[in-house]
Design a protein. Structure first.
Length: 311
C-alpha cells in the first residue's frame, strides 16, 4: 500500500495526517505485540485483575473471591483462584524538532513534513496497541508539551498541535538563530518523560554535541528511545559538476562541486555525524532510523538498515 502523498511539500494538514492511519508501517517502532485490545499492550511484572490469564493456584487469604476457579476447585477438592497479568497502557511521547533547519528540502518534502508524517503513522500504531499518546514539539518560537492521553482523542490532539504549531507560519528566508539549543531541549524532555515510556525523537540533529549525548543517555536509562535522523539528499552528497549558490537569508555562498576534494570533504562531514549518532544509539541500545526527504514515510519505518533494536 502506498503512503498518502502530501498536497504540499512544505506544509502538513490534519486531513493528510489522519489519512496516514492505514498503511503497512502502522504499528512500526515497537517490538512488543499488543496483548489486550482495551487495556494496553505492555504487561506488568506483577499480577492482579487484568486481561491476560496467568495461572491457577491455591486460594490465599485476601484473594478476590470473584477469581475462584470453580472447576479446578471441584476437581482438586481445594479452593483455587485464577491469577491474571495486569495490563498497563504505555505512555508514548512524540518529540518533534520544528526548528528552522527542519524546514528545508531540495527533493521530496521539508524535513519537518517528513517528521510529521512519520509521527502520525506511529501515533496511529500506538492507538492500535492501546497506548497513550503525548507530544513534545519544540522550535525557536515556542515549546508545546502534551501529556499522554488514551484513545482517538490523544492522537488527534497531537496531530492538531503539529498542524497548528507556529513554526509553520514563520516568514520565509529568515536566518536560523539557535536561541534554543538542542541540548537544552533534550534536557527538558528528560524531565517530562515518565519512566517506562516510549519516546520517538524526530530531528536533523543540528547542534548534536556531548551535552546532547549526556541528556539522551539519561533518557535511555528510563525510557525506550528511537531517534529518527531526518536529512535531505543534498546534505549527504553534493550534486555533480557545477557552481551552486546557497543562502541562509543573510549571507550567500557559492559551492563549486566539480572539485573531488570538496565533494569528499562534504560527504565525510555528513558521514561523521551519521556514524557518531548511530554509534551512540548502538551503545545505549536505542533504535536509529534514517529518513531522507524524498523517501516514502511508510518505507522509512519498515526499513531495517541502521536499526539498533533493544535486546
Amino acid at each position: 500500500m502506498k503512503s498518502v502523498k502530501t498536497a504540499s511539500p512544505v506544509r502538513v494538514s490534519l486531513t493528510e495526517l489522519v489519512a496516514l492511519r492505514t498503511g503497512p508501517a502502522v504499528g512500526a517502532g515497537s517490538r512488543t505485540p499488543a496483548r489486550a485490545a482495551l487495556s494496553g499492550g505492555h504487561r506488568s511484572r506483577f499480577r492482579g485483575r487484568g486481561m491476560e490469564f496467568a495461572e491457577v493456584r491455591a486460594y490465599q487469604p485476601g484473594d478476590d473471591v470473584r477469581s475462584i476457579d470453580w472447576r479446578v476447585t471441584a476437581r482438586r477438592g481445594k479452593v483455587h483462584t485464577k491469577l491474571f497479568h495486569e495490563e498497563r497502557e504505555r505512555p508514548v511521547l512524540f518529540a518533534l524538532d520544528y526548528r528552522r533547519p527542519m524546514f528545508f528540502a531540495t527533493r521530496g518534502c521539508f524535513k519537518a513534513v517528513m517528521a510529521s508524517q512519520l509521527a502520525a503513522i506511529l501515533a496511529w500504531g500506538a492507538l492500535a496497541r492501546g497506548d497513550r499518546v503525548g507530544g513534545f514539539l519544540f522550535s525557536e518560537e515556542e515549546r508545546t508539551e502534551l501529556r499522554p492521553q488514551g484513545g482517538h482523542r490523544g492522537v488527534l490532539r497531537l496531530l492538531r498541535a503539529m498542524v497548528a504549531d507556529p513554526a509553520w507560519q514563520r516568514p520565509s528566508h529568515q536566518p536560523f538563530q539557535p536561541r534554543q539549543r538542542l541540548a537544552e531541549t533534550v534536557q527538558r524532555l528528560l524531565r517530562v518523560v515518565r519512566p517506562g515510556s516510549q519516546v520517538h525523537l524526530f530531528s536533523d540533529f543540528n547542534q548534536w554535541d556531548d551535552k546532547v549525548e549526556k541528556h539522551l543517555a539519561g533518557l535511555a536509562r528510563q525510557a525506550e528511545v528511537t531517534l529518527y535522523f531526518l536529512y535531505d539528499p543534498l546534505e549527504a552528497e553534493l550534486p555533480r559538476g557545477g557552481n551552486y549558490r546557497l543562502s541562509d537569508g543573510e549571507r550567500d555562498l557559492t559551492i563549486v562541486t566539480d572539485r573531488p576534494r570538496v565533494r569528499q570533504e562534504y560527504q565525510r562531514h555528513f558521514a561523521v555525524l551519521r556514524q557518531r549518532i548511530e554509534a551512540f544509539c548502538a551503545g545505549y541500545r536505542m533504535r536509529f532510523v534514517m529518513a531522507a526527504t524524498d523517501c516514502e514515510p511508510h518505507q522509512a519505518l519498515l526499513a531495517k538498515g541502521g536499526d539498533h533494536a533493544r535486546r
